[in-house]
Write a protein that binds this ligand. Structure first.
Ligand SMILES: [Zn+2]
Length: 257
């Protein structure tokens, strides 16, 4: 299986072989560059493709052949769009999971409470979600995740068990932090790219194309196009005979301690 451990063992083995061949058979120096380049590419692939399972186990979909899917929203809650998203979901009685950012939840306690009151799930998406999160060591990550945990517990009384890595990036530090917190890492297998795609028709088509049994959709309740296409998307899912179920039901895992 292609994971960090096996890849590193393979890299070290090939490196030793290359040293031997270079010294004994006069193999060219650029062999090292090729080997290091391939190894580096694999590390990047593992870091940026959340479904790879390269560094750690991440649950990215439900294991079902039934026409059931789940939807999730990252990066909120914010005043501008989260209430609209909640209203759309409530009107259609659709359950969702919100992976919230700590400092935003701290600013909008009422919204965090409303997410839960409406029957949705709340998961951790770090406290600051800063650009360099993945460069931090495990100690600093753990401190940040504890800060987020304490905040959500203080506001809602819930002890979260789910964590979605910021930017979907995983690495050895994220794995250590997730393990230390006793979390389960939750990914997705349909990325809407709603923070990038500004064309609403294109965005809607992209998520429609992703509809398949067990799918976990990633949206952002900070995205204007998402608020616009969400009703059409929900209608489409229904019209295709699919049911949107709570994520805990889809992956058969409890979201709180
Ligand atoms: Zn995020």
């Amino acid at each position: 299986m292609l994971n960090f451990r096996n890849t590193t063992i393979g890299f070290l083995f090939l490196l030793a072989l290359l040293v031997y061949l270079q010294l004994q058979q006069g193999w060219p120096w650029y062999g090292y560059f090729i080997l290091v380049a391939v190894y580096t590419l694999l590390l990047f692939y593992g870091s940026f493709y959340i479904g790879s399972g390269f560094y750690m186990k991440v649950i990215c979909n439900g294991n079902t052949g039934k026409k059931q899917v789940a939807i999730s929203f990252d990066d909120g809650p914010i005043e501008k769009y989260t209430p609209e998203v909640l209203a759309i979901l409530k009107e259609r009685q659709v359950p969702a999971t919100f992976f919230c950012i700590g400092y935003r939840a701290a600013e909008h306690e009422a919204l965090l409470k409303q997410i839960l009151a409406d029957g949705h799930i709340v998961g951790s998406h770090s406290y600051y979600h800063d650009f360099w999160f993945d460069m931090h060591g495990p100690k600093r990550m753990i401190a940040e995740l504890q800060q987020m945990q304490a905040l959500v517990h203080h506001i809602t009384g819930r002890q979260m068990k789910w964590f979605r890595p910021p930017y979907g990036v995983t690495n050895p530090s994220v794995r250590k932090a997730v393990e230390a917190m006793g979390y389960t890492a939750i990914g997705w297998n349909v990325r809407s790219l709603d923070t990038v795609i500004r064309d609403e028709a294109r965005l809607l088509q992209k998520v429609k194309n992703g509809l398949k049994p067990g799918a976990v959709f990633l949206f952002h309740d900070t995205s204007h196009p998402t608020v616009h296409i969400l009703p059409d998307f929900l209608e489409y899912v229904k019209a295709q005979g699919y049911e949107i179920v709570p994520l805990d039901k889809l992956i058969n895992l409890h979201p709180y301690a």
